[in-house]
Write a new protein. Structure first.
Ligand SMILES: [Zn+2]
Length: 405
């Protein structure tokens, strides 16, 4: 992979970092990638080479590129850290291991500055809201670690796929998300920076996005906005470490996210130790504005921040109801019905941990939906066993085939 023609441009009242990315081994067409902000925030755009390298390294690795060559100087600490990121991804997903490591070919900067200041990636969901609330409650406002900017990204969960490019529905969904985030920013005296990027188009498949790419892609936006400061918070998910001690692997993870840091931009996986989603929601009791403006949904209908019926919406409504907070939200409404609950399924280990917590609370108050939640948990465990068996059989078949060749 070659990253070249890195440039800063001003057009249509936007300031944009652009680069052309050319694949060498993978059979994808070259394309132009960008990070773009409103002109008034143009001075916050920072390290384009670090940003494009950070955003491209994992797609290059996954698609078998032998190297990533970049025309401009990059931070030596970032290069070192990215090799560690690849180490973890290869350790977690053996199917991507390779004998010859991917090379990073770049000139290295010999100096660097740090700008004191902090920003929080803010989607409007429970974890981001909890991070903002906790930051305000625990760090004096004048301290450089106090969040002074919220960053909302257009091009990840909203408008992140090539097919959604300039789709009016995703443009509208983003405007609604921006409205909700602005409510939080205004309340907490922070600037809201909206950054638009197409870096996800390097590989916009859904599953691998979450399992591999998401932390590196968010961190790429931090490098693009390094004028915000030297500390960027990525909210941890409020899921606990299972009794096995095996914390589920994911593209944003306590051991992974700091591997996307440079000298000037530190990426912090924030508040992993607050590992109960119910307690996180409960902590928002003292932050009513954040409760009112929650946006958790990936597929909201027209003019609404949440669809109310997808798994994330249903789960968050359940949590709000159990904590007696459902009437404090303007965006997630009404108690969940049996029919709504039965229409959604647990799809991940992190989701399982959250439903197990919900189940325990429902059990303690003899909630009418407790049996339905139990069934949901059991169904997911059966699915996991089936999937593990399938994976084991596939690996055994591949092994036998390799011997027979
Ligand atoms: Zn939804």
């Amino acid at each position: 992979m070659i990253i070249r023609k890195i440039e800063r441009v001003t057009e249509n009242r936007k300031r944009t970092l652009k680069a052309t990315i050319v694949w060498e081994q993978a059979s994808f067409n070259p394309d132009t990638y960008y990070f773009s902000v409103d002109e008034k925030y143009g001075e916050l755009l920072g390290n384009p080479a670090d940003a494009f390298l950070c955003g491209a390294i994992l797609p290059a690795f996954i698609h078998g590129e032998e190297r990533v060559k970049i025309d401009e100087e990059v931070c030596p600490q970032l290069v070192d850290n990215l090799h560690e990121a690849i180490y973890w991804i290869a350790a977690w997903y053996p199917e991507y291991r390779r004998e010859i490591p991917i090379q990073i070919e770049a000139s290295l900067k010999s100096s660097a500055d740090r700008i004191p200041g902090s920003a929080l990636f803010y989607s409007g969901g429970v974890d981001a809201a909890f991070s903002l609330a906790h930051n305000r409650d625990s760090i004096p406002i004048d301290h450089p670690a106090s969040v002074s900017r919220l960053i909302l990204i257009h091009g990840f969960d909203i408008g992140g796929k090539r097919v959604e490019k300039e789709n009016p529905a995703s443009e509208e969904a983003f405007l609604i998300a921006k409205e909700q985030a602005m409510i939080a920013a205004d309340e907490y005296g922070a600037d809201l920076i909206t950054l638009t990027t197409n870096i996800r188009h390097l590989d916009d498949r859904s599953g691998i996005w979450g399992h591999v790419y998401v932390g590196g892609a968010i961190s790429a936006c931090a490098h693009a906005l390094s004028g915000c400061g030297d500390l960027f918070y990525i909210s941890a998910e409020g899921a606990n470490v299972p009794a096995s001690g095996h914390f589920p692997h994911f593209g944003t993870h306590p051991v992974l996210d700091h591997c996307f840091s440079s000298y000037a931009v530190n990426i912090k996986h924030y508040l992993a130790n607050y590992d109960s989603r119910l307690k996180r929601v409960s902590a928002l009791k003292g932050h009513k504005v954040l409760l009112k403006s929650l946006r958790v949904c990936f597929n909201p209908p027209k003019e609404m921040p949440n669809c109310q019926k997808c798994e994330k919406c249903v789960r968050t409504r359940l949590q709000l109801e159990l904590l007696g907070l459902i009437n404090d939200s303007n965006t997630l409404k009404k108690c969940v019905t049996e029919q709504e609950l039965s229409a959604v399924a647990i799809t991940s280990d992190v989701g399982l941990a959250m439903y197990e917590e919900i189940y325990q609370m429902m059990l303690s108050i003899n909630h009418p939906l407790v049996r339905s939640v139990k069934t949901k948990i059991e169904n997911y465990k059966v699915y996991k066993k089936w999937k593990a068996g399938k994976t084991w059989k596939r690996r055994a078949a591949a092994f036998i085939n390799s011997i027979l060749k």
